[in-house]
Design a protein around this ligand. Sequence first.
Ligand SMILES: Cc1cc2nc3c(=O)[nH]c(=O)nc-3n(C[C@H](O)[C@H](O)[C@H](O)COP(=O)(O)OP(=O)(O)OC[C@H]3O[C@@H](n4cnc5c(N)ncnc54)[C@H](O)[C@@H]3O)c2cc1C
Length: 334
Amino acid sequence: MSQLTDDTGVLVTDVLIIGAGPAGLYGAYYAGFRGLTVTVMDILPQPGGQISAMYPEKPIFDIAGFLSVRGRDLVDGLVAQADPYSPRYLLGHRAAELTHDTDGLPVVRTDQGATVHAKAVVITGGVGTFTPRPLPAGQEYLGRGLEHFVPDPSAHADRDVVVVGGGDSAFDWAALLAPAARSVTLVHRTTRFRAHTASVEKVLALGVEIVTDSEVSRLTGTTRVEQAEIRHRTTKATRLLPAQTVIAALGFLADLGPLRHWGLALHDRKITVDTRMATNLPRVFAAGDITHYPGKVRLISVGFGEAATAVNNAATVIDPDAALFPGHSTDKEH
Ligand SMILES: Cc1cc2nc3c(=O)[nH]c(=O)nc-3n(C[C@H](O)[C@H](O)[C@H](O)COP(=O)(O)OP(=O)(O)OC[C@H]3O[C@@H](n4cnc5c(N)ncnc54)[C@H](O)[C@@H]3O)c2cc1C
């Protein structure tokens, strides 16, 4: 069954999945497996949610069936698994408004002006939209050498890199880039790191210079960043570092955003669901990190199970004659 767009350019789909993290991508597979058309929306420009944004190169050790799988490879696998069912991706779209039409079917409007009419919605919005904390100095170089993520480490080969931050992400990016970059310097405001000791030791062993009690006070360059000025917080002494890449790894501000105003029953910024993963709103389900129920554990593996439960229950709401159990995948033609 192919996706339909009506005469007014409005998108019509059986299932709309809001959030292209691991739970949403697995939900897309399950919707396709159930013979439903599926649209996956995410505000980020790439699928993969927290994995793609924060730890694409990290090995993950607790995905069933894999001794270890690199974040990026897990996301590629999830996208490939859903691909045969031709999901439509609306990337770069924030779900801004959820209403129900006169037939009681959900309608979602995005901040980019798209309108999606769905027979069921599955919200897999994780921690909501996560915005990187800005670097106080030099934010005007964002996208011109100043980055918050490292989707492609090879883009920084042979560059002088300054990483700002003292948490796991800062040390991970430093370790990832050190082998190929010309130089890597890590700048942190204090002498205490939130990163694991093993990560700190690894980065030191790779020859990364760690500058503590200092912050980036200025970025300079003509069209792109060329230098980072760092200033000692006590002595105020400054030092200029060559820097064609500056990575601000200062953490994220998570915000449920528009979802807060949709009338969903919430508990501590999470969506309350029942055992079917149904929310309090008709035809609206949720799965993954964004859900709340007693005993909830926020892990990728749990999100996978919840996505399967949400989509299969949504299938019975879309077609009351449909069975809840989808059948075994081993029994299907592929
Ligand atoms: C550094 C780090 C390491 C981790 N390691 C592990 C591990 O080893 N094992 C493990 O199981 N888990 C790990 N986790 C946790 C794991 O990443 C999360 O449990 C998982 O990503 C949750 O998946 P999700 O699909 O529910 O949500 P997310 O991955 O958070 O994806 C949600 C998506 O929804 C989008 N979104 C939100 N609101 C909207 C909106 N209104 N409109 C459009 N899009 C929206 C977001 O942009 C995001 O892409 C780790 C997390 C971090 C940060």
